[in-house]
Design a protein around this ligand. Structure first.
Ligand code: NIG
Ligand code: FE
Length: 414
């Protein structure tokens, strides 16, 4: 048994009430001014004000004790939406976008997601593993201790499996907890352009059952967007996925208000992502259905689009989470501290709301709330030591991660 005691720390954490935090709840953060964490075999045994935690100590002989000298501790970040498994960067496209070519136009011309498919095709599984691992470890150093990673640069069974195998290896060979998502419905391959419904059928009849059979993905995600998958096609795919036992996610209303958020509400998906163009009516319906809005402000930044209405969504009682969307196209950013800053500065979220959004609500968005997302007894001792007095430092020290130390299961990993 390994027993570790961290004392004399200023600890900030949301508290898990058994559901994602929404409305006024999202801004409620517990603070232990002179706090302590007692971790047994990587799990939190006790946490709170130091005098109380010390009171519960008699049952244990402590192997390691650390005086944190008043340092600020928060839960490890959960990044609930990434496309970190890719083979090549698309810096040239970024320049094209800066010169005025729209993101969806690049895809229409066979670039964008489709160029990343060619790249995944052209590298070995080992090469794909190495590039993915490098990015995941960079995210870990910036405080991400749990990460969701999507497939979706394969678009056929073999290549999707190649990606999902790499994602599984990342989960085994890095300190992070990894949540795997199947996203065969990320774009329509060129050969199906004339008959996209045939590709939808292929996903439903062949890919989904095989992926499920391998037990290699937990979530199914669809890019519901003009020129990609319609609301009807997305509904078909997600219903089939749900029938097989996948949890559902949807890229909704990123560029156009197609009604993806309305579909999210109708199906009661776990989370709907992007939502830059979503209507108030559909967002409110999502909140009622219990779906989480996963907002990706670094994508709005990188696409030079107006930000999603994070402030309003919280006021409309929609639980909000933050994620990087880290991918080679619309947003090359693995830094949760950066999106935290954008959430506060450009979406008018409070520090407390942004903290809940990047920890507990993000954990709910990937169904990991029982293990991570807040610092409470029974959960993993995944925490960050910040360079600053409070989590405000994350937004205050612009362009800096403010993350000094990363601990996973009570082990220092970065
Ligand atoms: O979430 N919008 C669709 N998928 C990603 C971008 C993927 C890419 O451009 O490679 C996103 O923004
Ligand atoms: Fe995405």
């Amino acid at each position: 048994m390994t027993v570790k005691l961290y004392r004399n720390a200023r600890i900030f954490t949301p508290l898990d009430a058994g559901h994602p935090l929404r409305g006024k709840e999202q801004g409620r953060i517990e603070e232990y001014r002179r706090g302590a964490i007692l971790a047994v075999n990587g799990l939190i045994e006790a946490i709170g004000e130091e005098n109380k935690v010390l009171g519960s100590l008699s049952a244990y002989s402590v192997n390691e004790e650390r005086d944190m000298e008043g340092a600020c501790i928060i839960p490890g970040f959960v990044d609930p939406h990434t496309h970190m498994c890719f083979a090549k960067r698309r810096e040239d496209e970024f320049k094209m976008r800066l010169d005025g070519l729209p993101y969806l136009e690049i895809l229409k011309r066979g670039g964008g997601i489709l160029s990343s498919v060619k790249a995944v095709q052209s590298v070995t599984e080992e090469e794909l593993f190495c590039s993915t691992k490098k990015l995941v470890m960079a995210a870990l150093a910036k405080g991400t201790t749990t990460v969701e990673i999507k497939s979706g640069y394969g678009l056929d069974l073999e290549l999707e499996m190649k990606m999902l195998s790499v994602i599984r290896r990342i989960s085994k060979e890095t300190p992070l907890d990894v949540v795997p998502t199947f996203m065969g419905a990320h774009a329509v391959p060129a050969e199906y352009k004339a008959n996209p419904d045939n590709f939808v059928d292929l996903i439903i009849n062949e890919m989904l059952p095989k992926v499920k059979g391998q037990g290699i993905a937990e979530f199914c995600d669809v890019f519901c967007e003009e020129g990609v998958f319609s609301v009807d096609q997305s509904r078909k795919i997600l219903k089939a996925a749900k029938g097989l036992g996948f949890e559902m996610k949807i890229h909704a209303d990123e560029v156009h208000d197609l009604g993806g958020a309305g579909l999210a509400a109708e199906l009661g998906v776990r989370s709907a992502e992007h939502l830059l163009a979503a209507s108030e009516e559909n967002l409110r319906a999502m909140g009622k259905a219990g779906s989480i809005a996963v907002l990706l402000p670094a994508t709005a930044y990188s696409l030079k689009k107006p930000y999603a209405r994070g402030r309003e969504m919280i006021d409309w009682d929609v639980p909000v989470a933050l994620a990087t969307d880290c991918n080679p196209g619309s947003c090359f950013c693995e830094s949760v501290p950066f999106i935290f800053g954008l959430g506060v500065m450009n979406m008018d979220m409070t520090i407390e709301e942004a903290l809940a959004a990047s920890t507990l609500n993000a954990a709910y968005a990937v169904s990991r709330q029982q293990k991570v997302g807040s610092l409470e007894p029974g959960k993993q001792a995944d925490f960050l030591v910040l360079d600053g007095e409070t989590p405000t430092a994350l937004a205050y020290h612009a362009g800096n991660t403010s993350v000094l130390e990363v601990h996973k299961l009570a082990e220092r990993v970065a």
